[in-house]
Design a protein around this ligand. Sequence first.
Ligand SMILES: O=C(O)CCC(=O)C(=O)O
Ligand SMILES: [Fe+2]
Length: 613
Amino acid sequence: MSSSSSIGEDGSKNVEKKAVPRSLGKAERKNARKVSKMKQVVSKQVGVQMSDEPCSEWLIVWGFGASTGTTKNDILDYLKPRPVAVRLFVDQAYVFVRCSSLEDAALLKSKYHGREYDERQTLYVGFVEKYEVIPEEDIRYLAPFNVGLPEGLSLYPEFVTPEEEDCLIKNLFVDTSAVSSLRKRTVQHFGYEFRYGTNDVDPRSPLPNKIPDYVLPTVSKMISTGAAPAEPDQLTVNQYMPGQGIPPHCDTHSCFEGPIISLSLGSDTVMDFRQANSVSSVILPARSLLVMDGASRYGWTHGITPRKWDVVPDKHNGGITMLGRALRISLTFRRLKRGKVGCHCDFPNLCDTQKGKITDDNASVLENDLVHKVYENIAAHFTETRHKPWPKVREFVENLKPGDRMLDVGCANGKYFRINNDILEVGMDMSTGLLEKCLEKGNEVVRANALSLPFKDDHFESVISIAVLHHIATKERRQRFIEEIMRVLTPGGLGLIYVWAKDQNLEKTQSTWSERQQERNFYNPPGSCVDQVSDYLFLPIHDRDEEFPQNDMLVPWVNHQEKQNTVHHRYYHVFNKGELEELITDLEPAPKILDSYYEQGNWVVKFQKQGNS
Ligand SMILES: O=C(O)CCC(=O)C(=O)O
Ligand SMILES: [Fe+2]
């Protein structure tokens, strides 16, 4: 007997909610409600119908899913009689298990339905309808494990004994439990400070604390086994709680000689290596030593996605399984380069000595790849996150005079339109996706590049440009951007420009941007691939938890709308204090600065074109 089902308009099968009889006890009613919910969710998500009677060997078990971090082996070992197969679904709180017989299926259901698992969660078990096709596991997650190790990478499993591991952890562990909202991994430095952000050291500033004595036996072993060619003089200790990671980066080429070596303690994790658009993931077991040399050192970035568990190949049962993370402490050993500093590697994209530079020749291609194309890709998601006008921009627009013409340079989805109904407003942007949003709302917009505005001179009584100029890649082009705005402004016309500040924390309250970034849980989540940034990896990828270490950066945008939380990278030139003002006042004739301030991580300048209106 199965519950009634119908096909919804979207093609999904909807199962009608069944009333839960009042005659049942409280616990039974709860279980029955859960089963009814399971029926709906499973039918909608994977199109599998459930039954109230055992009629196939397949069961569905709720509470065991990949999203709870349970491994396939955990599940197979726990359920008695042991099922013959398990199928896990990433991000779901349920699994399908296949029993060897209908009797076993019935037994498992009666034994485990409504039972507590591991004092953490209750299991709910349901029968699968006869002849239902159980979906396969999503093995796309395994693709990065099949790429093979990047050239030059070596992994030494069980490099230290569990006793040595314990001793190192005892000495290096930092208790951060008193700090309630610590989102970032904890870092300690010995020898020299490794500066994350620029990924280098300052060789002129050695630290008083050298590599500690209790680490020296490990260092000796590294040398005697040939894992390290020479003694390191710099050690960084990273402590990761589950959920913490390190963004993709390449330790600066010119500062260090020989390989970069990392010892993993306390927990297994997965490290992702990236080159162009390939990702190669490597499981780093606790107690293993990773040696990065050759291409893996110089031509690939490495990073650890902040997750509480990883999806990895299941060597024993096939398909996918989950690898839970616990406290992990890693020791990264480096040796500073002596004498003439430079690098002659074959990987100029990631090389600080040979690296690409932003020039007036490649800037327009860069803006096209890392700004225009990205906004086109994220238009729908961007619109969803951008509704509320900034209060001071709103005030500026509200105060414009009736009949004034206003131009919004980089109007995106048009959030500054229709604030003042007495003005005439025009917007321009490069993203057709965003412009369509404006057209849907009946706004007047054109597709154009801000460096060449399709408007005649002296035309607008006001021009606003909110969070656009920081996407322009050279000073010369930023000057041109301002010149264009000045050209189309009427004499006496008003301009308002917002740009991102390099310093995001000048106000006591956090900027909404950095707050928003902190809500994001992933910067390179499972299944995502670093998008088309391979030619631009000489620009560092911004870590949401760090300050901006330099002005020109790649800033990840995580698209939660897309199933795999795709990451896109936008180019930003974040502004120093006074930089925007200087760009404006450098013009001839210089406009009059009416106001200039910092607001929520932005530098803002309000100005007036000189001359009589
Ligand atoms: O935790 C690790 O194994 C890697 C750390 C790392 O890449 C670094 O400190 O530069
Ligand atoms: Fe590193």
